[in-house]
Design a protein around this ligand. Structure first.
Ligand SMILES: *[C@@H]1O[C@H](CO)[C@@H](O)[C@H](O)[C@H]1NC(C)=O
Ligand SMILES: *[C@@H]1O[C@H](CO)[C@@H](O)[C@H](O)[C@H]1NC(C)=O
Ligand SMILES: *[C@@H]1O[C@H](CO)[C@@H](O)[C@H](O)[C@H]1NC(C)=O
Ligand SMILES: *[C@@H]1O[C@H](CO)[C@@H](O)[C@H](O)[C@H]1NC(C)=O
Length: 947
């Protein structure tokens, strides 16, 4: 059976996505109806009933009325709340469904399907359901409008217009976001199923079409919609913004393109998690994950919205010229851009739950979003090292040989991966009896070089009465059910299978038992890590390759309600299991393919089954940048391309780009040739080794960037517009990026045989070529020669970058190695940076066991001090006594007045260190000053004076 699937699954990549498996907007009833609605609406039928307004503990409650052609208006309870960090939340439910006052269309579903609109997405996505309110927000009602002043110095204003219902948001009087400006807001009210669904629906709303409201068939599957049409849609205008970003995951541009008849794409961006075999580059088709977060940016303003809905969702985008003087904009701000970007959000089901963020800077938007959905999990240090995977390493000997070959060729590696074949007939939590007879010995062997082993565990469970996991699911009924309430069955890697229901608390408890310490599968190892794949969930030959929308989860919710959340719920159940396994002492590592808003709390994602083409290398950058701004920066792609064999040049260029990927894993399909870097001839082998070594050298800076992602939601790989928010020529740039706070601006080579590339140096800083230290004065655009060994990296003056320069077999072995600080000075001879350290694997940093340092260089002195409010505790400082700075390198400083020795002050003691001036040879290269072995402590407060 498995063999059959392997054969069926393998079709050469050039065939491209099987589009016919997936609905277009046109073929999707609710998307079709809402586009129809948008093109027909004349006057929004929704108004706010002013008599219903009620203020209660900092929130406004009211009723929206929807005018209907027949009968009295439908009622929709509304709640508006202003949150502590300047976020604004809008929640709208439907009264009739909320009261369960409806008849389900399918009689047999009466006692198993819930009648309400799904209202638990927030429980999964948000860190807390107790969001602190901004009690200083001022509510100013009038006859036809309500004004709410809030945010920093009350600089934000929300204006609610009662009839038609509209909301606009302004910063210092400049309107930036308007909701329902075009009247596309639509919540399909409950109505009984007509006795003949081929005839016009007598209870339809205004501007409604009849497409696909009831049983909807596609690709040989029929979706029985027992609750009838229940979509929710809204238009969101970004006034004066021509650039919008976010809503991963698509293999498309960073700046989202326009959609629809006039657009660059005909279909809207689709958010519906699917196992899309051989996805296409430059497409709005949905892929494996969905984060309904969008950011709009222009010079002087950055805003965002978060459409918290876990159902199938489409987003149309169009751009329009604003008519001058049509509204009350501050003309100073508006003059930068007269374009408005109009977005239309359409979800199949659920309540409306929308958050609006008014920035005003990108950094504020990311903080406002991540304080709701959580920061990125702080990874163990090894997790940011190099990962070696393929489908498959076939046996214990194979795994250990791969590990040994890396040592033999002096290439560091932290993690080796096992795809499905390590199991006994793809029954998860088993080992193949003859190929993996002593897994604990293998794990112990890898642990000698502090390497980790990842095993894949998917949510499909083989139907086999002798398989203990299946037996348990069957006895407890904790699997996904079909619309009749029986076990849902389908095909996947395990053959005929059922699916776990991670929404069921009992199933989650069992999942923790399966991962428990001392268990038969994972034993007592602390270096076994996990990979949750196929969790869209992928169902071979299922409707749109996934579970049916009318399948039923715990507590009677339909699969359509939670589809985009399923992957995260599964991922989080493994996360909870691993927290329990190590009693909260070890940070888990679980890679996921499917994700939703909040998945960043549980582990990294990767972009699934790409191919070994230059196009996929190129698109990897906007894809990872998009994930980064949407709060899920711990992300990577299959380096080398999953399908097909990369040329040595492509593979080398891919390793060079991946130096900076937040997650760096090489992976390959079972039908590809082996491609571990040590199998290549020179110069490829050395260049790939150099790339991995460069990643390891930057690991202290990357780890610091993770800490900022963890605590503040800052992207790790940042688009230029984030680092240069005023440089308009960067807003559409998607082939350059900056690593964390390092100021390192990178433009990886993603074109075959590229002799040169153009690099933008966006602002008036000094830039240093990372390799030659040649100096460039920005702003400028330069041409860089790109022989195969060249990675175009430019260090922006004014930054200090913590690094580690000793070569080790794995990052964890380097844990106590000394650091090097590299200082690139700006035109005033100054620079600054940050450095975060902790024990690199536990949660003790939450108890103060860490140091977070501000590094400042000014007037010839380098100073290390605590970031405000982050004083390390002395126990931690004692534990890292040995951890020192072994070198300081200062680049670009005027060298004429240096003294011969650096004077060092730490803990009231003075010492000296040798100063060496290195010449790079070329006259255009910056000076380089080396301070040898100052031996100041990495966690301490000290200063080094060069003058
Ligand atoms: C349903 O309506 C269609 C269109 O009016 C009609 O052709 C069909 O006969 C009706 N079916 C039944 C069962 O009444
Ligand atoms: C994707 O779109 C960009 C911009 O329109 C274009 O340059 C590129 O060639 C396209 N790539 C593919 C694979 O179609
Ligand atoms: C795990 O450790 C416990 C306690 O040391 C021991 O009794 C048990 O045999 C170990 N289990 C495995 C699978 O190694
Ligand atoms: C070097 O020292 C001289 C004398 O103290 C001073 O005039 C000059 O400005 C200094 N140069 C720099 C670059 O600091």
């Amino acid at each position: 059976m498995l063999l059959l699937y392997l054969v069926l699954a393998w079709i050469p990549y050039c065939l491209a996505a099987k589009r016919y498996l997936f609905k277009t907007c046109d073929q999707s009833g609710f998307c079709n109806r809402n586009r129809y609605y948008a093109s027909h609406v004349e006057q929004s039928p929704y108004s706010l009933d002013s008599a219903s307004c009620r203020f209660e503990s900092g929130a406004l409650y009211a009723t929206l009325l929807k005018q209907l052609p027949n009968g009295s208006p439908a009622q929709f309870p509304l709640k508006l709340s202003v949150l502590k960090d300047g976020q604004f939340r809008i929640q709208i439910d439907e009264q009739t469904r909320l009261e369960k006052n409806i008849n389900l269309a399918r009689e047999q579903s009466a006692d198993i399907v819930r009648k309400e609109r799904y209202n638990e997405a927030a429980d999964w996505a948000l860190v807390s359901d107790e969001l602190p309110l901004d009690t200083s927000a001022k509510f100013v009602p009038s006859d036809s409008k309500l004004y709410i002043e809030y945010g920093p110095d009350h600089s934000f204003t929300a204006t609610i217009n009662f009839e038609p219902f509209q909301l606009s948001f302004a910063v210092n009087g400049d309107i930036q976001i308007v909701l329902n400006e075009n009247g596309f807001f639509n919540m399909e009210h409950w109505r009984p199923r007509p006795s003949n669904t081929s005839e016009p629906d007598p209870n339809a709303g205004l501007y409604e079409s009849d497409t696909g409201k009831w049983d909807e068939s596609f690709g040989g599957f029929t979706d029985s919609k027992t609750r009838g049409p229940e979509s929710v849609a809204l238009d969101i205008s970004f006034k004066g913004f021509s650039h919008v970003y976010g809503i991963p995951e698509h293999a498309d541009s960073l700046n989202l393109r326009s959609t629809g008849e006039q657009g660059e794409h005909s279909d809207p961006y689709h958010l519906f998690n699917v196992d899309i075999f051989e996805y296409e580059v430059n497409s709005t088709m949905s892929t494996y994950g969905a984060i309904p977060f969008m950011q709009a940016h222009r010079k002087g303003a950055s805003v965002g919205v978060f459409w918290l809905n876990g159902a199938d969702t489409w987003v149309d985008i169009s751009r329009m010229s604003s008519e001058a003087g049509s509204d009350t904009h501050d003309q100073k701000v508006l003059s930068a851009s007269k374009t408005t970007t109009l977005t239309h959000w359409i979800s199949e089901a659920g309540v409306l739950d929308l958050f609006v963020f008014l920035g005003p800077t990108p950094k504020d938007v990311y903080r406002q979003y991540s304080s709701l959905t959580g920061g990125t999990l702080m990874p163990q240090l090894s997790a940011i090292g190099y990962h070696q995977c393929r489908w498959n390493y076939n046996s214990e000997e194979d795994v250990l040989e791969v590990s040994a070959k890396f040592d033999e060729h002096n290439i560091p590696v932290d993690v080796i991966w096992l795809d499905i074949a390590y199991t006994d007939q793809v029954k998860y939590f088993t080992w193949h009896p003859s190929n993996f007879p002593h897994p604990q010995n293998m794990l112990a062997e890898l642990d000698k070089s502090k390497r980790k082993l990842v095993t894949i565990i998917d949510p499909h469970i083989k139907i086999d009465d002798d398989y203990f996991v299946y037996k348990h699911l069957k006895e407890t009924g904790t699997y996904l059910r079909n619309s009749a309430g029986e076990q849902f069955e389908g095909e996947c890697w395990s053959g005929h299978s059922v699916w776990v229901d991670p929404f069921n608390p009992d199933e989650r408890k069992y999942w923790a038992e399966l991962h428990a310490l001392g268990g038969d599968f994972a034993g007592n190892a602390s270096n076994i890590w996990f990979w949750n794949d196929m969790n869209e969930p992928s169902v071979f030959e299922g409707a749109e390759t996934t579970a049916p929308r009318d399948a039923i989860h715990y507590d009677g919710w339909e699969h359509r309600d939670v589809h985009n959340i399923f992957g995260m719920a599964y991922h989080s159940s493994t996360y909870d299991a691993l927290i329990a396994r190590h009693k909260g002492t070890l940070r888990p590592f679980i890679l996921t393919r499917s994700f939703f808003a909040g998945s960043q709390r549980y582990g990294p994602m990767w972009t699934g089954d790409n191919a070994a083409t230059w196009d996929f290398l190129k698109v990897s950058i906007p894809m990872l940048l998009t994930n980064g701004i949407a709060g899920m920066p711990f992300s990577g792609v299959d380096v080398g391309g999953f399908f097909d064999n990369p040329s040595p040049e492509l593979l080398t260029r891919w390793y060079q780009a991946a130096v900076f990927y937040p997650f760096f894993r090489a992976h390959a399909h079972i039908d590809t040739k082996r491609r571990e870097p040590y199998l290549y001839d020179e110069p490829y082998l050395s260049l790939m080794r150099d790339a991995v070594n460069l990643r390891y050298a930057f690991s202290p800076a990357a780890y610091t960037a993770f800490y900022r992602a963890h605590t503040e939601g800052m992207p790790i790989l940042r688009p230029l517009f984030v680092e240069y928010p005023d440089a308009e020529n960067t807003f559409g740039v998607e082939d350059h990026f900056v690593l964390g706070d390092t100021g390192l601006l990178v433009r990886p080579v993603t074109e075959e045989n590229a002799a040169e590339v153009q690099v933008i140096l966006p602002d008036a800083s000094i830039y240093y070529d990372f390799d030659t230290q040649e100096v460039f004065q920005g702003p400028t655009k330069i041409t860089v020669q790109t022989p195969l060994e060249k990675i175009p990296i430019f260090a922006r003056g004014g930054h200090i970058i913590p690094q580690r320069h000793r070569e080790r077999r794995s990052l964890e072995l380097a844990k106590f190695d000394p650091f090097t600080l590299v200082v690139y000075v700006d035109e005033n001879g100054e620079a600054e940076g940050k450095h975060y350290i902790d024990d690199f694997k536990s949660y003790e940093y939450q108890n103060g066991m860490y140091a977070y340092k501000d590094l400042l260089f000014k007037g010839g002195r380098l100073i290390s001090q605590d970031v405000e409010g982050h004083q390390p505790n002395s126990e931690f400082l004692d534990s890292i006594e040995e951890l020192v700075i072994e070198k300081v390198i200062v680049i670009g400083l005027e060298t004429s007045n240096l003294s011969s020795e650096a004077l060092i002050k730490e803990n009231g003691e003075e010492s000296t260190a040798e100063i060496i001036i290195n010449s790079k040879g070329s006259s255009s290269a910056a000076s380089e000053i080396l301070i040898r072995n100052p031996r100041v402590s990495a966690g301490g407060n000290w200063e080094i004076n060069l003058l």
